[in-house]
Design a protein around this ligand. Sequence first.
Ligand SMILES: C[S@@+](CC[C@H](N)C(=O)[O-])C[C@H]1O[C@@H](n2cnc3c(N)ncnc32)[C@H](O)[C@@H]1O
Length: 404
Amino acid sequence: MMVKIKKLDYFGRGVSRDKEKVLFVEGSLPEEVVDIEIIKENKKFNEGKVVKVIEASPMRIESPCPYSKECGGCCLLHADSTLEDEYKVSKVKELIERVAGLDRNLVGDILTLKKLHYRNKAVFHVKNRRLGFYKEKSNDIVEIDSCRLIREEINQLIPVFKDLVKNEKNDIEEIMVRVGNNNTKDKVMVSIKGEVRDLEKLKELVDVLILNNRKVTEESQLLINIGPNRYYVSDKSFFQVNDTVVIKLYDEVLNFCKSHSIGKVLDLYCGTGTIGIYIADVVGEVLGIDSASSSIKNAKENKKLNQKNNVRFICSKVEDYIDRVKGNYDLVIVDPPRAGLDNKTISHLLKIKSKNIIYISCDPSTMARDLKKLSVDYEVSGIKLFNMFPKTYHCESIAVLERK
Ligand SMILES: C[S@@+](CC[C@H](N)C(=O)[O-])C[C@H]1O[C@@H](n2cnc3c(N)ncnc32)[C@H](O)[C@@H]1O
C-alpha cells in the first residue's frame, strides 16, 4: 500500500492515514511517499513499516547501522540532524501549548553535540548464547557486533563479551558497561550477572570488574570528571549517559544560580549528587534527596571528595520525605525519571513556595503535564532543549519557573 507521510509522531514514527484510521509508519520521514506493509491493526489506528521508499525526503540519509530496522533503539538514524533537531523542538513546542497550556514560544533551541558514539553506558542481554540488545517492546535479542550510539571503548569489548557468552562453561544473563573520563584517561567498568569461570582476560582489559555484585578488581566504582568536579559512580547508581551534553545542562543550572543570588536549594531526584555539588560554591546550601541507596552512598562520598561542606543528602523516595521539608528555599531543582512528578510532590512544591523551580526532564510529555499543574503559582520563564539522546526520539529539557 502506498501512503504519503505528513509528520513524525511522539515516538519518531511517520504519521499518515489508512482510510478512516490513523497510520503510524516506522522508518519513514515527513513528505515521503512510501510503500508500506501493515504490521499491526488496532481499533483506532494501524501500524506499518516501510517496504520501499518511493519518493525520499531530501532529509533522508543512509542509516550507518546494519541492525537499525530490527533493533529499533534509534528510530532517527536515517534522518539528517537538522530534521531531528527541528522535530524535537516542534514536538516540545506542541506539548507545551497543548498539554501545559503555555506559549509555545517559551521553547528555545536545542543543543546537539556529538551525534554518534555518545552513550557512556550500555546493557547487553544474553539469550541462547547470543549477546545483544532487546528488540523494542520485546525480550527477543538482536545480536550485534557494534552499536552506533555507544562509545567506541564499549564497542571494542563486544568480541571479548561474545567469547565469554559462547563459552559453554559460562552462563551469562547480562553485561553492563560504563565508561567514564577521569582526567585524561577513560576508564571502563563492567558488571556481569551470571556464572563466569575465567575472568582473567577481561580483568586485564577493564579498570573496574564486578561479578554478581562482588568486585573482582581492586576498584569497585568509577571516578568520573564533570567540569571541575569528580564523582564516584557505582554500577547501580544513575549517571547521565551523554557526558558532553551533561556539562552544558549543569552549566545552565550553575549560571542561573550565579545570576540569582541563591541561598537554600532543594535538589530532588539528586542521583549521585552531581548537580548539588556542581553549584555548591555559588549557593548557600543544598539538600539532595534520592531513593537509590547506591546513589546516595556515592553522593556522600562525592561531597567529601569535592570538599563541599554545604551539601547534604537523604536517601528516601521524594514523595515519602517531601512533607518533612521545612524552611525557606530559594530554588527547588527537580530531575525526576520519565514518569515525572506525582501529585503529592507537586502539592508540596506549591506549599514550599520556593522563589524558583528548575525542572529538568527526560520526557517532555510528563514535564508539560507537571508544568500545567505548577503554573497555578509559577510562571515558566523559558525552556531549553538538550539533545542528550541523538538519533532517538528522546529529548532532555530544562524549564525555569518563577513564583508569581
Ligand atoms: C533522571 S535521574 C536524575 C539524577 C541526577 N539529577 C543527575 O543529573 O544525575 C532520576 C533519579 O531519580 C531517582 N528516583 C526515581 N524515583 C524516585 C523517587 N520516587 N524518589 C526519589 N528518587 C527517585 C533515581 O534513583 C535517579 O537517580
